[in-house]
Design a protein around this ligand. Structure first.
Ligand code: FES
Length: 125
């Protein structure tokens, strides 16, 4: 495939990408800890909050911290310093995660220190 065609595909994909991406690990380790139900509840919470135009939930591959799973990563393309990682997420946490992404304060205490996450990702990639 030619470079120009690849750049055109990348531009098209970026145009359709929503500003906030919520990535739920659905690889084997997290899947065995009920991550599919976490993802389903995240999808339902986004819809219930009417945030479909800003938030996109996706199932993704392993994020090398399987022992902390299910993992959920939130990336805000408008502010990349706001990336958050949630550990040991259960389906009932989905509504609180979406509330936090929407700027509300909750009592959910499952955010992983980003430097720990990056270190492990670096060591195992
Ligand atoms: S399987 Fe989810 S982090 Fe590895």
């Amino acid at each position: 495939m030619e470079l120009n065609k690849l750049l055109e595909i990348a531009r098209t994909e970026r145009f359709h990408t929503k500003p906030i991406q919520i990535r739920c690990c659905t690889a084997a380790g997290c899947l065995s800890s009920n991550s599919q139900a976490v993802k389903d509840n995240l999808d339902a919470s986004v819809k219930a909050a009417g945030l479909e135009k800003r938030l996109q939930v996706a199932g993704v591959g392993c994020m090398p911290l399987c022992y902390q799973g299910p993992l959920v990563q939130v990336d805000n393309q408008e502010n990349l310093t706001e990336a958050k990682f949630y550990e040991k997420v259960i389906p009932e946490d989905a509504t609180k995660i979406i509330s936090e992404v929407n700027g509300e304060v909750t009592d959910l205490q499952k955010v992983i220190c980003i430097s720990h996450f990056l270190l492990v990702n670096y060591l195992f990639s």
